[in-house]
Design a protein. Structure first.
Ligand SMILES: NC(=O)C1=CN([C@@H]2O[C@H](COP(=O)(O)OP(=O)(O)OC[C@H]3O[C@@H](n4cnc5c(N)ncnc54)[C@H](O)[C@@H]3O)[C@@H](O)[C@H]2O)C=CC1
Ligand SMILES: C[N+](C)(C)CC(=O)CC(=O)[O-]
Length: 485
C-alpha cells in the first residue's frame, strides 16, 4: 500500500478549501477540481488564513508546505492521488455521480472519502465499482483547525481501509472517530441538528433573537462542551453522587414539553428574512474574513489552553506536535528549530513591544521541546526523573511587536551524563536576532532531590543530536557575562 503523499479534492468550497489547507500545511501535495470560476482565488485565500492559524497554534517545526495545483478536470485531479476527498454539494445524486467518476479514474489502491454531513455511505457509493475503498470522512469547519473527523464506512467498506484512513488522519493532527453504525447524520450532526432546530424555533416563536440564542450558548454550556462534552459535564452536575443522581433528578424533565425536536419550522420567506436580518444586526459590522480570523484566534486560544491541560483536543495537539518534532530532520549541523509562533496581544507591554519576560517564556518552551525530543516524557516524570534549569544568561538584542512571527533555535554546546549546556537563539520572522539564552540543565532524581545521570536511552538521543552540533561554530555571545565588552 503506497503512503499517502498526494491528495485530490473534488469541490473546493468552504470544506474542500479547508481540507486543501490542512493537507498542504501537513506537507502533502494537493490537486483540486472545482468548476467554479473563482475556485482558485478562494482556495488560496483559505490556505493563507490557515497558514496564519497554524503559525499561531503549532509549536513544532512544520514540514515544507505542499504544492497546490488546480486541475481542469476531475480525471486530472484524481489520477495520481493517494487519497481523494469528495467535498461537492450535499445532494445525493451529485455525490453518487462524482464518486463513480472518481472511482473510475483513481489509482486502484487510492482511498476515496466523502465530506458529506449526513448522507449514508452505502447510498452515495452505490454506483462505485470498488466501494470497499470508500468511506465518509466528515470534518468540521474550519477543517484546518478542528481535529474531529468522523469516519463511517458503508456495507462494503473494508476494515483495512478504515484502519488506513484512521492512521492517515491521525498523522495529520486529527482525531478520527469511527462511527461504527451507518446512520444518517452520524454522531455529531445529530447533536448539532437538535440544537439548530431548537434555535430556529426560539427565533421563529419570538422567544429570543439570534444574538440572544448565541449568547445562551457561548456564555454557558458552549464553553464547557469544548473540553468535556455532555456526559462528562453532567456527571459533575450530579455532584458527588454522580451520573445516577443526575439522571434521577433531571430524567423526568425530559418528559416535559421543553423541546420540539423533530418538528422543523417551515423555511418561509418571513423566517429566512427574520433570521438573516437578525444575523446582520448581530454580525453585519464584521468583514467576513475578519470574523473568520476572530473565530480562528478564539479556537487557537482554546486549543493552546487545552494543550497545557493535556486534555481533549489539547492532547491531540500535543501528540501532533510531538510527532512533528520526531519527524523533523535535524540536519547534520543545524541548530534545532524547536518552537515557533506569533506574538499574541497579551504579550505586549506598555512599551508597545513583547515584554522581556516572554523571551524567557519562549526559551522555556524551546527547552521543553528539546527535553521532549530526548525522551523526557510523562513516563520519565512518573518515574521521578526530569531536567531542571540551573543557570540562564539571557540577552535582549532587539524588539518584536504584536502579531509578528518568531522562531527559537537550540544548539547543544556540550553535555555529560548529568548536564546539558545549550544555547537558544530567538529569531524574528524577518531573520533578525532578537535574543539569546545560554542555559545549563541538570538531570534530577526528583524523589531523592539530587542530580543524577540521565537514563541511557536519553543519553543516546542526546549524543546523536550533540554529535551533529559539534561541527557548529561556538555562538557569538556564548560564555559572556554582564559587564563584559
Ligand atoms: N459547510 C459546512 O459547515 C460543512 C459541510 N460539509 C459537507 O462538505 C460538502 C461541501 O460543502 P461546502 O464546502 O460547505 O459547500 P460549498 O458550497 O462551499 O462548496 C461546494 C463546492 O463544490 C463545487 N462543485 C459543485 N459541483 C461540482 C462538481 N460537479 N465537481 C466538483 N466541484 C463541484 C462548487 O463550485 C463549490 O465550490 C458537503 O457534502 C457538506 O455537507 C461537512 C462539514 C461541514
Ligand atoms: C451544517 N452542517 C451540517 C453542514 C455542519 C457540519 O456538517 C459540521 C460542522 O462543521 O458543523
Amino acid at each position: 500500500m503506497t503512503a499517502i503523499r498526494h491528495c485530490a479534492i473534488i469541490g473546493g468550497g468552504v470544506i474542500g478549501g479547508g481540507w486543501a489547507a490542512r493537507f498542504l500545511l501537513a506537507g502533502l501535495d494537493v490537486t483540486v477540481f472545482d468548476p467554479h470560476p473563482e475556485a482558485e482565488r478562494r482556495l488560496r485565500e483559505m490556505v493563507k488564513l490557515a497558514g496564519r492559524a497554524w503559525a499561531k497554534l503549532i509549536a513544532a517545526p512544520l514540514p515544507p508546505l505542499g504544492h497546490l495545483h488546480v486541475a481542469v478536470s476531475l480525471e486530472e485531479a484524481v489520477r495520481d492521488a493517494d487519497l481523494i476527498q469528495e467535498s461537492a454539494p450535499e445532494v445525493e445524486a451529485i455525490k453518487q455521480k462524482i464518486l463513480a467518476e472518481i472511482d473510475r479514474f483513481a489509482k486502484p489502491d487510492a482511498l476515496i472519502c466523502s465530506s458529506t454531513s449526513g448522507l449514508l455511505p452505502t447510498q452515495i457509493s452505490a454506483m462505485m465499482a470498488r466501494p470497499e475503498r470508500f468511506m465518509v470522512a466528515h470534518p468540521f469547519n474550519p477543517v484546518y483547525l478542528l481535529p474531529l473527523v468522523e469516519l463511517c464506512g458503508g456495507e462494503k467498506t473494508s476494515a483495512d481501509n478504515i484502519a488506513r484512513a484512521k492512521a492517515f488522519f491521525a498523522d495529520i493532527g486529527m482525531h478520527p472517530l469511527h462511527v461504527r453504525k451507518e446512520i444518517d447524520g452520524f454522531i455529531a450532526d445529530r447533536l448539532l441538528e437538535a440544537l439548530w432546530r431548537e434555535a430556529l424555533w426560539l427565533v421563529h416563536d419570538g422567544v429570543a433573537t439570534v444574538a440572544e440564542v448565541d449568547d445562551a450558548i457561548r456564555f454557558g454550556a458552549g464553553m464547557r462542551w469544548a473540553f468535556m462534552g455532555t456526559f462528562q459535564i453532567y456527571r459533575l452536575a450530579g455532584g458527588e453522587a454522580g451520573m445516577r443522581h443526575f439522571m434521577a433528578q433531571f430524567g423526568p424533565t425530559l418528559k416535559l414539553p421543553w423541546t420540539k425536536l423533530m418538528d422543523v419550522p417551515d423555511f418561509t420567506d418571513a423566517l429566512v428574512d427574520l433570521v438573516a436580518e437578525q444575523s446582520d444586526d448581530q454580525s453585519g459590522q464584521w468583514d467576513f474574513r475578519a470574523l473568520e480570523a476572530k473565530r480562528d484566534d478564539c479556537l487557537i486560544g482554546i486549543m493552546r489552553s487545552l494543550k497545557v491541560q493535556d486534555f481533549g483536543a489539547g492532547a491531540t495537539l500535543a501528540g501532533f506536535e510531538k510527532a512533528l518534532r520526531d519527524r523533523a530532520t535535524d540536519g547534520d549541523a543545524e541548530p534545532l528549530r524547536l518552537y515557533e509562533g506569533q506574538v499574541p496581544a497579551e504579550w505586549i507591554d506598555y512599551n508597545g513591544h513583547m515584554n522581556e519576560s516572554r523571551y524567557l517564556e519562549i526559551f522555556g518552551y524551546a527547552t521543553d521541546a528539546l527535553l521532549a525530543r530526548i525522551g523526557m516524557d510523562d513516563a520519565m516524570l512518573e518515574k521521578g526523573f526530569s531536567y531542571y534549569t540551573v543557570e540562564t544568561h539571557l540577552r535582549h538584542l532587539d524588539e518584536i511587536k504584536l502579531g509578528e512571527s518568531y522562531v527559537a533555535t537550540t544548539q547543544i554546546l556540550a553535555h555529560d551524563e548529568k548536564r546539558i549546556h545549550i544555547f537558544h537563539r530567538l529569531l524574528h520572522g524577518d531573520g533578525r536576532l532578537l535574543a539569546t539564552a545560554e542555559q545549563m540543565m541538570l538531570c534530577v532524581d526528583m524523589k531523592a532531590h539530587r542530580a543524577t545521570p540521565a537514563a541511557p536511552e536519553t543519553l543516546s538521543v542526546l549524543q546523536g543530536l550533540a554529535a551533529g552540533h559539534r561541527a557548529l561554530p561556538m555562538p557569538d555571545g556564548a560564555g559572556r557575562s554582564i559587564g563584559q565588552r
